[in-house]
Design a protein around this ligand. Structure first.
Ligand code: ACO
Length: 333
């Protein structure tokens, strides 16, 4: 539940950015043994946006998304009190890409940090932002999810390389009255038993990169797809149900779902189990692929800009990713 009874974190601005380069399934057929029909039927992905190598890093895309969110909110970077950036693809291992973003935006000497929750980065960052706004005395927090997935994907592995895209999504949270619009509740959880189901084996403190590892692609994402799929469907369904129930809401009360876009079949399976019809789900996986911590924030921005979200409507926000980490929340528009 929200940290205090008299403040709610409302979403006053959103924005997103995707690179210009469109990569089709046919383009991927040229580099791995795959085909458009397989990719579309198994994942729903038709195209993804990828940065040109060396063209942009995560903080560049995050800056574009953040500037759009500031513009949407009618604010400037000087109005911000904190920056939280969900990412597993920071510009450098050290320091946080959020610090580069702070400088680029021209924000003051406000705290700026990265948060690592993989594809759940959006909801973890929103949850942290919400806490600082409702209980920490921070008036406005910029929450960003940004990923350059193309920099950690193994372009020789057809099991994974067809799935991901590059993007950034941003939202500005501002302190408002508890009975007004904003984040009503968020649940976040992790399960370290799933640690090596989806991970990058080498390049961290546990295992340095070796020549053999490099040759085997162990410096890149590896994934047990089937296990990920089943866990994602079960856990997202359960957590969305839980957050609705503890706020005395039912599936019928939900007007829009802005969930992480891992795979269209995961979204459809969760929609069916929750009995929330597909037309209420905002999707971008067809065009952008799985953009990890960016995707749900990109969906939130698309929903707000579509003109379809009416004041007072209930939106569900949900994501799951490596860790495994996941969460679900409810927002009043
Ligand atoms: N093109 C063609 N064939 C492929 C490809 C490809 N790109 N990738 C795998 N295959 C082959 C496999 O090698 C396998 O061949 P085999 O039977 O000869 O061994 C066959 O297709 C079937 O593979 P499966 O893994 O059984 O296919 P499945 O129906 O499970 O779909 C997929 C695979 C799409 C990865 C699915 O498991 C999935 O979506 N999992 C969730 C993973 C996910 O979304 N991860 C994103 C990150 S985590 C997150 O965001 C929550």
């Amino acid at each position: 539940m929200s940290a205090t009874q008299n403040i709610r974190a409302k979403v006053v601005g959103t924005g997103h950015y995707v690179p210009e380069r469109v990569v089709t399934n046919a383009d991927l057929e040229k580099i791995v043994d795959t085909n458009d029909e397989w990719i579309q039927t198994r994942t729903g992905i038709k195209t993804r946006r990828l940065v040109q190598e060396g063209e942009m890093a995560t903080s560049d895309m995050a800056e574009m998304a953040a500037r759009r969110a500031l513009e949407d909110a009618g604010l400037t970077a000087e109005d911000l009190d904190m920056i939280v950036l969900g990412t597993v693809t920071p510009d450098h291992h050290v320091p946080a890409a959020a610090c580069r973003l702070q400088k680029r935006l021209g924000a003051g000497k406000i705290p700026a940090f990265d948060l690592s929750a993989a594809c759940a980065g959006s909801i973890f960052a929103l949850s942290v932002g919400e806490r600082f706004v409702t209980g920490g005395g921070y008036k406005r927090v910029l929450v960003v999810g940004g990923e350059t997935m193309s920099s950690i994907v193994n372009w020789k592995d057809r099991n994974t390389c067809v799935l991901f895209g590059d993007a950034a999504g941003a939202a500005i949270l501002e302190a408002g009255p508890a009975d007004g619009p904003g984040i009503m509740d968020v649940i976040i959880r992790s399960d370290g038993d799933m640690y090596d189901v989806l991970y990058i084996p080498q390049g961290g403190s546990a295992q340095p990169i070796t020549p053999e590892g490099l040759a085997a692609g162990e410096d890149r994402v590896i994934m047990k797809g089937g296990e990920t799929f089943k866990y994602a469907v079960r856990t997202l369904t359960k957590t969305i149900k839980e957050v609705l129930e503890r706020n005395n809401l039912t599936a019928d009360d939900v007007s829009h779902v802005v969930a992480h876009q891992a795979n269209m079949r995961i979204i459809e399976a969760v929609a069916q189990r929750l009995k929330v019809p597909m037309e209420k789900w905002v999707t971008n996986i067809q065009d952008y692929g799985n953009t990890s911590s960016a995707s749900a924030l990109v969906a939130l921005d698309s929903a707000r800009r579509s003109g379809n979200v009416k004041p007072g409507e209930i939106m569900v926000f949900a994501a799951i990713g490596a860790g495994f980490s996941w969460g679900a929340g409810v927002l009043r528009a």
